[in-house]
Design a protein around this ligand. Structure first.
Ligand code: GDG
Length: 493
């Protein structure tokens, strides 16, 4: 039987729904992988989040809630060049269309390659011949290349959680070619949307004279790979369960009590410049300005846990937000109410569900977002008999699926303001009709469907590689204990 080995930069043991999440597990990737692995009982490999003076490659193994985790520490220089550097100062801004914030520093690229090699060397002894390997996100693009160099022939897939940008942006990267070439060492490439997939194909076909094979694979650099869109979802069943939990209900009651006579609009985001937080606040300010009669009837709760706060662009954003919120509250607050409540801490997942449910409007306005799970969580948490309205940026991958949200352009304060007016005035039949269509999508295209679609594509026959046999299909719920015992055997050896 094959095992599933998941590789991602950070490894967060799956939080049970009632458990306090802590800052480390805030983020879409952690949420999705925790949910996916809880069923598979596979191995989850990645960075421990700790740094040491010298890299040792020492693995630390744990078994939490049915998931075996294997983590390794990085040295400080790795952390700065690979994580804070190439991942978060180069690829993240560039892939979110922020060329103005992108740092093109050669040492970052070197650190990135070095860490990917170190991860591959550390993971190598854990890999058994039948294992299927699934690598996640922009931190780890060259992982397959490094594993192939060490002779690994297993099926290896890659999923990009963030957008793949337009061709003209990719070529601003000094070493864009080797980066894309490294993607051809995977058997399968997954993107969030058709748009990202097309952008990737566009680069391959026009920048490196790639072609498409008869079987529909992409060919370039003398290699072929498959690429497809696999829109990620949330653990909808889990959300449906926790939204009715005592903790969620308590928070819901508290929120209602505190917003007496006022309708709550909610935003929940890691504090990140891709999330369009400033644009959202300016849109809300425009709404207050244009609707004097509504000022006392509405409030915005913005939850924004700090993220990557060692990176300057994040510190700058934080101070701009502080200033903006101060200005808006200063202009529109009265002695007995404040229009914006702004919180930099993170909440437990069941508490979040209660908050979402208490909000009449979910305001999700990223300037660029691979998918955006908050939009889906907001939908999953609503009361079917009295659902709130989702306002969603057209630049979130989720907008391709959640078509019954009010879709807006976050760069336009007027569009945000108009959508707020419309949401707050929307009658119950329209709210229900929209919500039912949204919920249907969130529920059917959930994280399990995403995982199963990806894994079955990864293990299926490759049309253009008849000589390579298909990997044995994995079944959900497969072998927790067996995975652990064979892992222990490997480590002893
Ligand atoms: C990347 C891509 C893609 C937020 N605040 C709290 C909290 N969160 C959780 C949310 C949600 C997650 O963090 C955020 O996920 P997003 O999808 O919105 O965004 P990213 O972190 O940027 O994720 C994104 C995702 O990967 C998955 O592929 O959708 O496009 O950028 O789950 O609930 N969780 C808790 N307390 C908080 O205060 N517990």
């Amino acid at each position: 039987m094959s095992r599933l080995i998941v590789v991602s930069n950070r490894v967060n043991p799956p939080p049970s729904p009632e458990q306090g999440d802590g800052e480390s597990s805030v983020g879409g990737l952690a949420m999705a992988l925790a949910a996916a692995l809880r069923e598979y009982s596979g191995i989850w490999f990645g960075w421990s989040g700790k740094t040491t003076e010298k890299f040792t490659g020492q693995l630390s193994m744990q078994r939490v809630d049915g998931v075996t985790t294997a983590t390794v520490d990085l040295e400080e220089g790795d952390y700065q060049e690979y994580y804070n550097g190439y991942a978060n100062k180069t690829l993240w801004p560039l892939f979110h269309y922020r060329v103005d914030l992108t740092a093109y520093d050669r040492s970052f690229g070197e650190g990135y390659d070095r860490v990917n090699k170190r991860f591959a060397e550390t993971l190598r002894p854990l890999i058994e011949p039948d294992d299927v390997i699934w690598v996640h996100d922009y931190h780890l693009i060259p992982m397959a290349r490094e594993l192939r160099r060490m002779g690994v022939t297993n099926r290896i897939g890659f999923f990009l959680h963030i957008p793949w940008p337009a061709h003209q942006l990719v070529v601003t990267l000094p070493r864009h070619r080797p980066l894309v070439e490294a993607m051809f060492d995977y058997d399968l490439l997954g993107f969030q949307t058709e748009e990202s997939l097309q952008a990737f194909e566009g680069y391959v076909l026009s920048e490196v004279s790639g072609s498409r094979t008869k079987g529909g694979e992409l060919k370039a650099f003398g290699k072929t790979t498959r690429a497809a869109a696999f829109p990620i979802g949330i653990d909808a069943d889990d959300f449906a369960r926790i939204k009715d939990s005592p903790r969620a209900s308590k928070v819901y009651d508290r929120m209602l009590a505190h917003s007496v006579f006022r309708k709550m609009v909610v935003g929940v985001d890691r504090l990140d410049y891709s999330k369009g937080l400033e644009e959202r606040l300016i849109g809300f300010e425009r709404f207050l300005h244009d609707n004097p009669g509504m000022r006392r009837e509405v409030m915005l709760l913005q939850i924004a846990p700090l993220s990557r706060d060692e990176v300057e662009a994040y510190q700058d954003l934080r101070s701009r937000l502080d200033g903006l919120i101060g200005r808006i509250n200063g202009a529109y607050a009265e002695m007995d109410f404040t229009p914006i409540r702004y919180v930099n801490r993170s909440y437990r997942r069941d508490e979040l569900a209660g908050i979402y449910r208490a909000a009449k409007v979910g305001l999700v306005t990223p300037l660029r977002d691979g998918m955006n799970l908050v939009a889906k969580e907001y939908v999953a948490s609503q009361d079917p008999e009295d659902p709130g309205v989702l306002i969603l940026s057209r630049f979130a991958g989720a907008a391709r699926q959640l078509k019954d949200a009010l879709i807006i352009n976050p760069n336009s304060p007027e569009e945000i303001s108009d959508a707020l007016s419309r949401s707050l005035a929307m009658d119950l039949p329209e709210r229900k009709r929209r919500w039912e269509a949204l919920f249907d999508n969130v529920q059917t295209r959930d994280v399990t469907a995403w995982r199963d679609d990806f894994v079955s594509a990864l293990t299926s026959e490759r049309p253009d590689q008849e000589e390579k046999p298909a990997a044995r299909p994995l079944e959900a719920g497969e072998r927790g204990a067996k995975a652990l015992s064979s892992l222990a055997r490997e480590i002893r050896a």
